[in-house]
Structures are given as structure tokens and as C-alpha cells.
Ligand binder design. Sequence first.
Ligand code: HEC
Ligand code: HEC
Length: 142
Amino acid sequence: MRKLWNVFSTLTALAILATVMLTVPRTPLNAQGKGGGAKAKATPFSAGGAGVVSAYNLKVLTADNVELTMQNITLALGVGCIHCHELNDLSLDTKPPKAKALKMLEMVRDINAKFGDGATHVTCWTCHRASTKPQVAKPAGQ
Ligand code: HEC
Ligand code: HEC
């Protein structure tokens, strides 16, 4: 009887553990930091409140359009801010994807300029479709 009780309580404990693990939301690896603690200094906008920017270091964008562009490129590539940024200072140019993204911002600006009507025809989404790897060839079997 005692043995049976031990088995039963072990199973109950496992069931509770499983429920907790399934219900507690897990933080995705690329999740943006959650505010907390001291508010970032001079943050025009930030990665969920955790990102700090010491000063703008803009080469293509302007202070007026950087926030909207960041939201758009994050969605277009299906990544979090930290794919390209160091959270301790968003203006640092240390991560390779940030350098690549800068080239792509220039490329998209140049493509749209070629249309000559001032409108936006091509965006990051045009190629990326929520992925960091756009398809460059037709997938096999399609
Ligand atoms: C795909 C890469 C990429 C992602 C994702 C991204 N950024 Fe950026 N971000 C850049 C690039 C490139 C620049 C610099 C643009 C320029 O120089 O004109 C920049 C500039 C900035 C700046 C101005 C600092 C500076 O470099 O002068 C801030 C602030 C910023 N991003 C915040 C964010 C936030 C917040 C997110 C998430 C919502 C985000 N970024 C997502 C690439 C990215
Ligand atoms: C004309 C199609 C096209 C457009 C538009 C485009 N990209 Fe890309 N992007 C690519 C391709 C193709 C690659 C893969 C590059 C390679 O093969 O090295 C890529 C790669 C990247 C990467 C590197 C992926 C990684 O692993 O981090 C970043 C970052 C990126 N693009 C950002 C952007 C941003 C930001 C925009 C919008 C300003 C943009 N791209 C618009 C085609 C495009």
C-alpha cells in the first residue's frame, strides 16, 4: 500500500510539474528585455524598454523615421531587435546583421528611387517575408 502511495505521489508531482511547464510562458531566445529596473537613459524608443541608445549613429535613416522602420524590419525579417542590436547600446555597430541591414536599407532606397515617382514600391518584406533567408531560387519540386 505504501509503495502504491509513493508511485501515486510521484505521478502527481510529475503532473503538477508538467502543468506548470506548459502554462508558464517560456521566453523566446530572441525576446526583447522587459523594462524593469532603472529606465534607460535618453531612449527615444527601445527594445521592450531594455534597450538603451547613447546617441544616434544614423547613416541612412533619420530620427523621424527610425522607429517605424525598426518595427517594420523586425516584422519583415521575423526577428527580435537583438538580432541586430546590442541591448546595452542600440547605436553600436558590432553585430554583422546590423551592417548587412544597413546595406539593405541603402539597396531598398536605391531601388525605390529608380521608379522615379517618390512612392514606396519595394520594402524588406518584398523579399524577406518574415525570414532572414529570402528564397533565391525556386524550391525543388515546385
Ligand atoms: C535587421 C536588423 C535590425 C533589426 C531587427 C532592428 N534594427 Fe534597429 N537598426 C538597424 C540598423 C541598420 C540601424 C542603423 C540605421 C542607419 O544608420 O540609418 C538601426 C538603428 C536603430 C536605432 C538608432 C541607433 C543608431 O544606430 O543610430 C535604434 C534606437 C534602433 N535601431 C532600435 C531598434 C529596435 C528597438 C528594434 C526592435 C524593434 C530594432 N532596432 C530592430 C538594424 C536593425
Ligand atoms: C531584393 C530582395 C531583398 C530586399 C528588398 C531586402 N533583402 Fe535582405 N536579404 C536578401 C537576400 C537575398 C539575403 C541573403 C543574402 C546573402 O545571400 O548573403 C538577405 C539578407 C539579409 C540580412 C542577413 C540575414 C541574417 O542572417 O541576418 C539582413 C539583416 C537583411 N537582409 C536585412 C534586410 C532589410 C533590413 C531589408 C529592408 C531594408 C532587406 N533586407 C531587404 C534580399 C533582400
